[in-house]
Design a protein. Structure first.
Lengths: 268, 371
């Protein structure tokens, strides 16, 4: 495993020899305004294809980046609508009533599979803006890609018990809390973006491995391109994912790498 | 005891603006200088002949294959052993700003990305880098053997003709390291202030300017600068995303610590390796234990702040021309670039013009040692 991890690290920016071995659904990508300015769309598509990323849940601040990328790679991009136009609004957007108009406007113009990734913690969910966001998702049966804590997850399911929710970064929660939340909400999935704790040089962390074995249909990978430069990490991340997933049974590795995200999108 | 002595300090002496808590935090940034002792991984550390040999080598173009540059070409003493350029120029324009060589013993990792864990290994990198000095071990051994240095080398390390090229490379780098260890900043007006606070000498402490004191208050308080720029050397020695873009070209990015980790995991010249002279492998735990994280990509080592006025421009790519630009950067830091669960410590500071000047006055007080 150590050798494999080092090998994965060595492959930065290069086309992986493993690209064709395990298809990747990257469930956490952004092509936001600054990335769209600095990295041409065709370059982004090349990065995805070189990395063996066959599908990607993409949301952007603002949404134009997602639309550009979808137009350039409709076979890859699964579009999600981020409710705010700039990442700097991460902690304030839920108090901005203009967000409702923005959401309604974009939803009337374009096709989406999800709303998110949106950041909300605890009582944020009870704001007028987020309650309307949930209503809009419910009207269209869209997935919610939520970044926040368990309290916020509870409130989302309070508002819409039948919701499909993708918990970004698995809430940055520990394995026990993730397990409890997945157990509580059968229609909750969890992405592993920007987390390195599920695998290290010794292999897959035992607590996480138990979780993957108990909930093999609920996890997925994601790289989180929160800054433009991180697009050049997508290939590395795909190889990293293939590396640690190879420690799991093949069927579970395939699920986490690709199939779970496909099933989540299809579970309308 | 010290804190008890200082109780009521601000009430007793209006020239000292700090609260007891601020004084306690200030004391953590000293005493200075720190005496580190010899580097156990380098058998010629502290050896006066090695220091002199390293100093001679440092300015000798023999260390470059084409004999067209020396260590001092980029590490100029006039600029704190940096070069005043945004990005270094070797055989071509390089990717990063030339880091200062002052106070190297305070580091755990070396270079902007921490690709090495000791000073002699860090000295090997530019010698072998094709875009810098461009030697390989064999060409370096030939150059040294054909120079006036074999006798000095022999006294320190043994007969060069009997040494393998890699051993000569390491030995030359250890002589360079012995010299670089001696490059230290001295006591500054901040240290005199800090030491006076510790000693309860209100008169001396009161001579530290009000502006620098207010800047210090910002540094350890609202600015949270001390969170990363901690301790006597004003660095935690680790790697962070300071919100500085890291594109090198339109299609190439600087991997930062991620690349450094790749390098050090493959580097035979670490404290854990056979080239260390320390049978106890002191400090090797770090390279043995360090773990890759996704957040490493595009992060860079927190530089120490002592002597900083000499080492402009700043940041890994030299993109900030002076201390005012650095303060402006943090004052209006672009939160768009930072992961919400990454560098949560960073927020726009919202400093007034006076506060910015105060912070700069404090930073300048870390450099007025006359070195």
């Amino acid at each position: 495993m150590i050798i494999r991890l080092i090998a994965a690290l060595t492959l930065l920016g290069s086309v992986s020899a493993h690209s064709e071995e395990l298809q990747i659904f990257d469930a956490h990508l952004h092509y936001s305004h600054d990335a769209a300015l600095q990295i041409p769309t065709e370059q982004v598509v090349k990065i995805l294809r070189d990395a063996g990323v066959k599908k990607a849940l993409v949301s952007s601040s603002d949404d134009d980046g997602t639309q550009k990328l979808k137009a350039a790679a409709p076979d890859i991009v699964v579009p999600a609508l981020r409710p705010y136009k700039r990442r700097g609004a991460i902690s304030t957007w839920m108090n901005d009533l203009n967000v409702i108009d923005y959401l309604e406007d974009r939803l009337s113009q374009f096709e989406y599979e999800a709303i998110g990734e949106f950041h909300a913690y605890g009582d944020d969910i009870n704001t007028k803006v987020i309650q309307r966001l949930i209503e809009l998702a419910k009207e269209r049966n869209l997935l919610l890609h939520h970044h926040g804590d368990r309290a916020a997850v509870d409130l989302i399911f309070d508002a819409w018990p039948e919701a499909r929710v993708l918990w970004a970064h698995s809430g940055f929660a520990g394995p026990d809390e993730v397990a409890d939340t997945l157990e509580t909400y059968p229609k909750l999935w969890a992405d592993l973006a920007y987390r390195s704790d599920m695998a290290n040089a010794e292999g897959v962390d035992p607590d996480w491995e138990k979780l993957f074995m108990k909930y093999p249909d609920r996890f997925m990978v994601g790289s989180d391109t929160f800054a433009p430069e991180r697009w050049y990490y997508v290939g590395v991340h795909a190889d990293f994912s293939r590396s640690w997933l190879s420690d799991l049974p093949d069927d579970i590795a395939r699920k986490i790498a690709f199939e779970n995200a496909v099933a989540m999108i299809a579970a309308k | 005891m010290v804190f008890g002595m200082l109780a009521g300090f601000t009430a007793a002496k209006s020239d000292v603006l700090l609260s007891e808590d601020e004084i306690a935090q200030t004391l953590l940034h000293g005493p200075w200088p720190i005496e580190y002792g010899k580097d156990p991984s380098n058998r010629v550390s502290g050896n006066l002949e090695a220091i002199a040999f390293g100093k001679a080598l440092f300015s000798d173009p023999i260390l470059s294959r084409d004999e067209n540059m020396s260590c001092a070409s980029c590490h100029d003493p006039e600029y704190g052993f940096s070069d005043a350029l945004p990005r270094a120029v070797g055989q071509k324009l390089l990717d990063r700003n030339t880091p200062s060589l002052m106070n190297l013993r305070s580091h755990r990792w070396f270079g902007w990305a921490g690709g090495t864990d000791n000073i002699w290994a860090q000295s090997i990198d530019p010698i072998l880098n094709i875009d810098e000095m461009g030697h390989d071990a064999e060409s370096l051994r030939s150059a040294i053997a054909g120079s006036t240095y074999p006798q000095t080398y022999g006294k320190l390390f043994g007969d060069i003709s009997k040494h393998a090229p890699e051993d000569v490379l390491v030995n030359i780098s250890k002589a360079l390291a012995a010299y670089q260890e001696t490059l230290r900043t001295g006591q500054t007006s901040f240290d005199r202030f800090r030491n006076a606070l510790e000693a309860g000498d209100l008169t001396t402490a009161g001579t530290y300017s009000d502006s620098a004191q207010r800047g210090l208050q910002l540094f350890i308080g609202r600015g949270n600068c001390a969170f990363c720029h901690s301790g006597p050397a004003f660095t935690n020695g680790e790697f962070h995303d300071a919100g500085v873009p890291y594109f090198i070209t339109e299609t190439r990015v600087d991997e930062g610590r991620f690349g450094g980790l790749k390098a050090i995991k493959q580097n035979p010249f670490t404290l854990a390796g056979d080239y260390s002279d320390d049978p106890e492998k002191t400090g090797a735990w770090a390279v043995n234990q360090v773990r890759f994280q996704h957040s490493d990509f595009g992060t860079f080592r927190v530089p120490g702040l002592r002597g900083a006025t000499k080492t402009a421009p700043y940041m890994h790519n030299g993109s900030l021309k002076d201390l005012a630009a650095v303060v402006d950067h943090y004052n209006a830091i672009n939160m768009e670039r930072l992961h919400v669960d990454g560098e949560a410590i960073l927020q726009p500071l919202g400093l007034s013009p006076q506060e910015k000047n105060d912070l700069i006055a404090f930073l300048e007080s870390l450099s007025d040692d006359g070195s």
